[in-house]
Each structure stands twice: as structure tokens, then as C-alpha cells.
Design a protein. Structure first.
Length: 627
């Protein structure tokens, strides 16, 4: 049996281990069900030979002959002598037997189902935790829909195996074993005769199992593809509508669905073939059996009761055998489906708390970038090259540069969203790779380019990651971020649920909630990546003012395209193609007349140029169109 289990299946079954007590209890109950089935088969003989044969007189009800001793087990021995009618004995036994069997079956199946369901819950929790703790680039390489599908659908398929089919497996194998024993007791020669045909069935079932495993794996991948399309088009629904891509997207969906049908049918065919294949066995056995039995009965080697009991046991042993074939195939399917689940489980987590990692002491002096070089996932293209600068505590460091210059990448290295390729980032002289990620991130608050809000209330979004915050502080943070007023105008104020990713809010509103969140976190290091880009000039001015209050005593990294917002920075780094082209204060850089000065002039000129362009007849594009 053990060799039938692949390492993967063993691993899956390993999740059942913590529940071994319940499992054992369930197995014992199901073993009883098996025994009861065997008993029922044995009762066929007295039913035919005694109860249905009026000529037989007396109260002895022989059940079966104990092998090798020649002694019979009599049913009436279990009853007080006052009950001696064959029919009464028979009837009482049947009622007790069936009642006990029903109770045991109910209890056993419930227990084993519980074990399977609980094991699946553990598995799912584990996969989710593992996925959640993956470093950022995992999420950039694994589409959301796929991950969803693995945690939901693939685990569900494994659940079927662990709960439904595990219960089935135990029940059916006990029944099978007991009934085979009954068959042996009734007539061992006949039993061995029928057993010879067994390999004819087992071999193809095994073959089919392998096919099922691989094709189920494929069809689970398709399911992942489907959820991916669904996820993207539901969350990106506005873009789909705006570009009129409904037809295109549903075409794409239909195409994957079509392929999924094809892959599904591949395993369904193998799966469904199992049962008819096993039925062929029955077709072969029964005529031979009849022929032999007729001969035996003629020679008084066997009674009709024996034959019927044997037939009853055989047909009843055959059902669980058939079912076990089915269950085996289901296990193969579960194995195929769990491939991806285990692939996720085998990934290494981002190590938030190394067991003996040092904690980063509260930030006090400076952050130093020392010849930091970085490229994304093994790619040769350097995104950052030899970045060196020092940010003293309390300073505002502005990072400017064209789109794609590497500004976001640079600040993402500070909380270790990515690890530097070479060079070192030091906080107060400590290499950030030598402290726990958690202690590092605790000291950093970020407002990012895309503000991720959760499908939850405004309140909980502002307090994200913090507990027991007094009401006044939350409101104060919201006020500072200029968010309080619009929040109060929402239908339920701070308790308004803002929709997935905050889609019920405007871009600027989302941004202000993210700012409030950062304000509330009150960390010594603040990273603002285009934090005010979605605000109108007036609000931006106010939020800037609020942020400058916030920056007091903090070390702040500001990324801004609008240079107006960073004039007062202590240091401006001009990033060109991943390296620092120049650095200094606003005044110094203007004086140098380098890239920054050019950028500045350009922006200043832009403001002048753009104003008259608003008038339609002076729009250069318009006049060109007319020409
Ligand atoms: N996850 C990623 N994997 C691979 N390459 C990336 C990834 N993120 C960014 N890049 C590349 O790294 C370079 C720098 O990107 P980055 O986001 O740092 O630019 P940026 O200066 O912040 O630009 P923007 O002003 O548009 O936000 C770009 O060429 C981009 O294509
Ligand atoms: Mg950026």
C-alpha cells in the first residue's frame, strides 16, 4: 500500500496526522461497518437455507464454519433460550445489525470528514501565509488570478481527496476485506478463482491514474488562467469599457474555457473508463461462477444458500473494489491539483524576523547609500548604478529625474522590498541586511505612487497596521492630510467602506487617505513617492504645508515631478538613467546650470506655454489638423 503512495500524496496525507485520534476513531467505526456488511452476507445463507425453507425444523441457525476447526458458529447461541424461533432470531439480529451499522457509519463518516476538512483548512492557511510572506517580486511574476485559483480551487480539489475520498477509502476497503474473508470462509476455491482475474483490472486502472494526474494538473492551470482573466477584467473593468474591449475579452475567456473543456475531457475520459473496465470483470466471472456452482450443488458440495451468500458477498465486495478504483483516481486528481499548492509551499518566505536577527535601533543619525547597484531579477540591465549619498537625520532628500530613471526603485531599496546587488545601505552605520526586516520597516512610512487601499472602512484604512489608536489622533492625521472634510461628507463618514482598492474615491482622495495613514504611523523615516501628484495645485499646496510640518524631525525622501514641491529640500538628487548626475540644493543646482536647471527651465516654460494653449484656435495640434 505504501508504495502506491507517491511522495506528494504522502505529503498531502501528512496534513491529516495532527488529527490521528479522530481519524483512528473514525476508522474503527468504519471497520465496524465493514464487519456488519460481512455479517449481513453471512446471514444470506440461513435466510435461504432455513428461514425460507419451511421443511427445516429447529432453532439452530448456523452462520459459518470456523476454518480449520470444522466447528460452526451458531447465531442462536447469542440469544437467551427463551427466544428459539428461527424467524425471530433472524429478525432481531437484522434489526440490531442494521441499526448499529447505521450509527457507526454516520459517526465514522463524520469523523473522517472532519479530519479531511480540518486538514484542508490547515493546508489552505499555510499556503496563504506562505504566499503573503513572499517578497515583492513574487507578486510581479505570479498573476493574481493564478494565485487566487491555487489557494481556492487547487486546495479545494485536495479537500475532496482528504475528506470525501479518504472516508470512502477506509469504508470501502474494510468492507472489501471483510467480504473477501466471508467469501473465503464460504468457499475458498471459488474465491481464489475469481481473484485470478483481478490483475486484469488493476493494471489498466493504474495506467489511467497516471493519465488523470497529469491532465488534472493541466486543467487546474487553465482554471488559474480563467480566474486571471476574470480578476483583471473585473478590477480593470473601466479600461475594458473605455476601450470597448468587452468582445475581445470575452473571446479570450471563451478560448481558455474551450481549452479547459478539452483538458477536462481528457481526464474525464480516463476517469469514466475505470468503471466500465471493472464491470467487464463481472461479465467474465459470473457465467463461470454459475457453471461451477451448478456442478458443486449437484454433487452436494454446496447448498444454494452457500452459493447465494457467496454471490451476495462477491457482488458486495465488487462494489467497494470498484469504488476504490474510483477513489484511487480521485487521489491522482488531487495530486495533480496540489502540484501548484506544494510549489508555493516550497518557496522561501521573506524572512521578516530572523531567529537571531538584530533589531534596528531607533533611527537617529544618518542613512548612507554606499555605491549601491541594483538590477531587477537577475536581469543584466542595471537600474541603479553606484548610488552614493548621505541623508542626515531630519533632512529632506528629493529625488528627481525623468520617468523610468529609477527613482521608485531607489526608495524601494530602503525598506528592503528588493535587495541591493552590490554596495551597502547603512542606517546609523548598520547594514540594513543585518537587521530584521520587520524592525526596519517599522521605522518607515510610505506614500507610494499607486496608493493601495483595502475594501474596508476609511477608518480602518487609515489605521492599517496599527491598533488601539485614540480617535483624536486618527482625526488629527486626517485633518493634517486634508482628508477630514471630504471623509465627513461620505455617506457614513469614517465608517464608509471605500470599495476594492478604494475605487469609490477620487485619485486625490485616495492619496490623502494614504498620506493620513503615513502621518499616523509616525515613523522617523518618511518616503513620499509622488505623494501629491493627484492633487490640484491648491490642495497640493495645503498638503505640502501639512507634509512640511510632518517632515520636521523626520528624514524624508520625496520624489516629485513638479519641482515646485521640492524647492526647499536639503538635498536634491538628480537621477539620470540610474545614476546620480548631480546633487545639491535648489539654488546650487540652478547655479550649476546642469540637468536640473534644464528640467527646471523646461517646467517653468511649460507653465507659460500651456496657458495660452487652452484657447482652441491657438492649439498647435488643432491648427495642424486644419491645414
Ligand atoms: N518590478 C520590476 N521588474 C523589472 N524592471 C522594473 C521593475 N520595476 C521597474 N522596472 C524598471 O526599472 C526602471 C526604473 O523604474 P522606476 O519605477 O524606478 O522608475 P521611476 O524613476 O520611479 O519612474 P516614474 O517617474 O515613472 O515613476 C524602469 O526602466 C523600469 O522599466
Ligand atoms: Mg516611480
Amino acid at each position: 500500500m505504501a508504495s502506491l503512495l507517491s511522495p506528494q500524496l504522502k505529503r498531502l496525507l501528512g496534513y491529516v496526522r495532527p488529527y490521528s485520534v479522530r481519524l483512528t476513531a473514525g476508522v474503527i467505526l468504519l471497520a465496524f461497518v465493514g464487519l456488519a456488511e460481512g455479517m449481513t452476507a453471512l446471514m444470506v445463507k440461513p435466510a435461504v437455507d432455513q428461514v425460507l425453507t419451511p421443511a427445516v425444523y429447529g432453532s439452530s441457525v448456523p452462520l459459518f464454519k470456523i476454518p480449520w476447526t470444522g466447528n460452526y458458529v451458531y447465531l442462536n447461541k447469542f440469544f437467551p433460550p427463551s427466544i428459539h424461533n428461527v424467524w425471530t432470531i433472524f429478525a432481531i439480529t437484522i434489526v440490531i445489525l442494521f441499526t448499529a451499522r447505521a450509527i457507526a457509519e454516520y459517526g465514522g463518516l463524520t469523523l473522517i470528514q472532519y479530519v479531511g476538512q480540518a486538514a484542508t483548512r490547515d493546508l489552505r492557511n499555510k499556503v496563504y501565509e506562505r504566499v503573503l510572506r513572499q517578497p515583492i517580486d513574487f507578486f510581479q511574476h505570479n498573476p493574481t488570478g493564478r494565485i487566487l485559483s491555487t489557494v481556492i480551487n487547487d486546495v479545494e480539489k485536495a479537500r475532496l481527496a482528504l475528506s470525501d475520498y479518504l472516508a470512502d477509502l477506509f469504508q470501502k476497503s474494510f468492507t472489501f476485506v471483510v467480504l473477501v474473508a466471508v467469501m473465503l470462509v464460504i468457499n475458498w476455491k471459488l474465491t481464489l478463482g475469481t481473484a485470478l482475474l483481478l490483475p486484469l483490472v488493476v493494471y489498466p486502472v493504474g495506467k489511467l491514474g497516471k493519465k488523470i494526474r497529469t491532465s488534472v494538473e493541466k486543467s487546474q492551470t487553465r482554471l488559474g488562467d480563467l480566474s486571471q482573466i476574470l480578476e483583471e477584467t473585473v478590477s480593470g473593468n473601466r479600461v475594458v469599457k473605455a476601450f470597448g474591449m468587452e468582445e475581445f475579452e470575452s473571446q479570450k475567456f471563451r478560448e481558455v474555457a474551450r481549452r479547459m473543456l478539452r483538458d477536462n475531457m481528457r481526464w474525464v475520459r480516463a476517469f469514466v473508463l475505470t468503471s466500465p473496465l471493472m464491470d467487464l470483470l463481472g461479465g467474465l466471472v459470473i457465467p463461470l461462477l454459475l457453471l461451477y456452482a451448478r456442478n458443486q450443488i449437484q454433487h452436494h458440495q454446496m447448498t444454494s444458500g452457500d452459493f447465494f451468500a457467496f454471490l451476495f458477498a462477491m457482488l458486495n465486495a465488487y462494489m467497494p473494489l470498484k469504488r476504490m478504483g474510483y477513489v484511487y483516481q480521485q487521489f491522482q486528481a488531487a495530486q495533480g491539483a496540489s502540484t501548484q499548492v506544494f510549489a508555493y509551499l516550497d518557496r522561501v518566505e521573506e524572512r521578516l524576523d530572523e531567529p537571531n536577527g538584530n533589531l534596528l535601533a531607533p533611527f537617529s543619525r544618518e542613512i548612507v547609500f554606499d555605491e549601491v547597484t541594483f538590477a531587477y531579477d537577475g536581469g543584466s540591465a542595471q537600474v541603479l548604478e553606484k548610488i552614493s549619498f548621505t541623508a542626515n537625520s531630519g533632512e529632506v532628500i528629493a529625488v528627481v529625474g525623468t520617468s523610468g530613471a529609477g527613482k521608485t526603485t531607489l526608495v524601494n531599496l530602503i525598506p528592503r522590498f528588493y535587495e541591493v546587488r552590490s554596495g551597502v545601505i547603512r542606517i546609523d552605520g548598520v547594514d540594513i541586511r543585518n537587521v530584521t526586516i520587520r524592525s526596519l520597516r517599522e521605522q518607515i512610512a510610505m506614500v507610494t505612487q499607486e496608493n493601495i487601499l483595502f475594501h474596508d472602512t476609511v477608518w480602518n484604512n487609515i489605521c492599517y497596521g496599527l491598533t488601539n489608536i485614540p480617535r483624536e489622533r486618527v482625526i488629527q492625521a486626517a485633518q493634517t492630510a486634508l482628508a477630514h472634510d471630504f471623509i465627513q461628507e461620505l455617506p457614513q463618514g469614517y465608517d464608509t467602506v471605500i470599495g476594492e482598492r478604494g475605487t469609490r474615491l477620487s485619485g486625490g482622495q485616495r492619496q490623502r487617505i494614504a498620506i493620513a495613514r503615513a502621518i499616523l504611523k509616525d515613523s522617523p523615516i518618511l518616503i513620499l513617492d509622488e505623494a501629491t501628484s493627484e492633487l490640484d495645485s491648491e490642495s497640493e499646496m495645503y498638503v505640502q504645508k501639512a507634509l512640511s510640518n510632518l517632515m520636521v524631525g523626520r528624514t524624508t525622501f520625496v520624489i516629485a515631478h513638479r519641482l515646485g514641491t521640492i524647492r526647499k529640500a536639503d538635498k536634491i538628487l538628480v537621477l539620470v538613467d540610474g545614476s546620480i548626475r548631480e546633487s545639491g540644493t535648489h539654488a546650487e543646482l540652478l547655479e550649476r546650470g546642469g540637468s536640473y536647471a534644464r528640467l527646471h527651465d523646461l517646467q517653468f516654460a511649460e507653465e507659460v506655454v500651456l496657458a495660452p494653449a487652452a484657447a482652441p484656435n491657438q492649439n498647435p495640434l488643432n491648427s495642424r489638423n486644419k491645414a
